[in-house]
Design a protein around this ligand. Structure first.
Ligand code: SF4
Length: 462
């Protein structure tokens, strides 16, 4: 059978989609190649969030195609994911040697199309059409015995986003919100736990909108699906958390990405109510200026954002809070940027991912007046990065001397003598461990910190 190599760009959703495609292909008898050089099939799972990510994937494909041509090597090559969806056939016009362009609602068709291409029945395939129920098709996992994948797994609960933030291309590449049913998600989680998984991260572009719209028409509504009376006071997402929490053997639940607007009182209360729900929250802020938040179409104000963080910290003291911020959005003045700096000082995020605004075609922000020059975007990026790193380092230092529970994922990639685990608030801990620690929930005492890493000693009961 042919071998396949999948290279993934972008977010955790893309990582999860690639894993599901790889698992489907392995189930059909494909082997996984270690690099694109030796593979019979090379798939690039692409990201469109920034122009840079698209260019990287296109350059990579040019190199792959050029190397195969030089070596007179037959190789099937394809683009999948967000850029495949947004550019479609245009990619073949630019790179005529590409065989497959597979959109974001078509991952489950990868094996079928590759069979046709490998057998020579078709020479090129582009499929980016919407497909009903495709949100429920991302469910295969590659738990191939490697430590990391067998302890912790990602489960896709929904696709798409209806929020239409003015800078974001995701609604165009991932389509309207479509959610899987609670029983379907719970079945997948249960199966993962039966295979040794202890931590599940529920995934979606906007998980807090889970079940609000676009449930597959043939499927029952969430509450009816569980056989429970409808809980008017709990959103479909919190009902899903409740149902996953019931799974015996599952130790930890996480989710990403939420929207700040989705942190209603029911979700905040869930942190205090559900012991398996890890005390970590990623709340994408994007800007600290109300004026810019409005231009971004984010649907909350600075004041509301800060109030949510306060509620979360009251419900779960010690909760780890991270965020995403865009600098240099069109029209962002120095004063607006100062508002972002001041919000970061006020909230003290545990970590923040900062992005320089990148205009995306067909998004309203790309055509807004007062685009911020690249040099200013870079300068603001650096200033904000210095601030959030300084705050994060201080927060890491607060762990020194404390005992924390970690879930051990496996040997460290950089130093096999060390093992790596994660705290409940999602910090990486390195310690001198061995294979017997793998998959264990254990306590470590934090001795020192490094760059976004804690170093611990297995805690010995006194
Ligand atoms: S909520 Fe997130 S995924 Fe949806 S449009 Fe806004 S930034 Fe994009």
């Amino acid at each position: 059978m042919p071998s396949v190599f999948i290279k993934t760009y972008g977010c955790q959703m893309n990582e999860r989609d690639s894993e599901a495609v790889a698992a489907q292909l392995v189930a059909k008898g494909y082997t996984l190649a270690k690099s694109e050089v030796t593979a019979d099939v090379v798939l690039l799972n692409t990201c469109s969030v920034r122009d840079f990510a698209e260019q990287k994937a296109i350059n990579k494909m040019e190199n792959i195609v050029g190397a195969a041509r030089n070596k007179k090597r037959e190789q099937i090559v394809g683009f999948m994911g967000c850029m495949a969806q947004s550019r479609g056939k245009e990619l073949l016009d630019r790179l005529p040697d590409v065989d497959l362009v597979l959109g974001t609602q078509k991952f489950h068709r990868a094996a079928e199309y590759l069979d046709e291409l490998l057998a020579g029945r078709r020479s090129q395939i582009v499929d980016v059409a919407p497909e009903a129920k495709s949100e429920a098709a991302i469910r295969e996992h590659l738990l191939n015995g490697s430590a990391k994948t067998s302890v912790s797994a990602f489960v896709s609960i929904m696709q798409g986003c209806n929020q239409h933030c003015t800078f974001c291309i995701v609604p165009a590449t991932r389509g309207e919100e479509r959610s899987r049913t609670i029983p379907d998600v719970v079945d997948e989680c249960r199966e993962l736990v039966s295979r040794g998984v202890k931590e599940i991260t529920l995934l979606g572009q906007i998980v807090t909108s889970y079940g609000r719209r676009g449930m597959s028409p043939a499927q029952p509504e969430p509450a009816a699906a569980t056989g429970e009376p409808r809980l008017a006071s709990r959103s479909a997402f919190v009902q899903l958390l409740d149902a996953v929490h019931e799974i015996d053997g599952l130790a930890r639940i996480r989710f990403t990405s939420p929207h700040p607007k989705g942190y209603g009182d029911d979700l905040v209360a869930a942190y205090a109510r559900l012991p398996k729900l890890c005390e970590t929250a990623h709340l994408p802020l994007q800007s600290g200026s109300d004026r810019i938040l409005k231009l971004m179409h984010r649907g909350y104000t600075r004041e509301k954002f800060v109030a949510i963080i306060e509620k979360l910290r009251q419900a779960k003291p010690g909760i780890g809070i991270t965020t995403d911020i865009i600098v240099g959005f069109p029209g962002e003045t120095e004063e607006d940027f100062e508002q972002t700096l001041s919000l970061c000082r006020e909230v003290q995020f545990d970590n923040a991912y900062i992005f320089k605004y990148s205009p995306r075609r067909d998004t309203p922000a790309a055509d807004m007046p007062d685009q911020v020059p690249q040099t200013i975007r870079e300068e603001r990026n650096e200033r904000l990065l210095n601030l959030v790193n300084e705050i994060a380092a201080r927060k890491y230092d607060e762990f020194i001397g404390r005992r924390v529970e970690i879930l051990v994922e496996g040997p460290s990639k950089k130093n096999a003598a060390r093992y790596t685990g994660r705290t409940r608030c999602n910090r990486i801990v390195l310690f001198d461990g061995s294979a017997r620690h793998q998959g264990q929930l254990m306590e470590v005492k934090i001795e020192r910190t490094g760059s976004f890493t804690l170093y611990g000693d297995p805690a010995i009961l006194e």
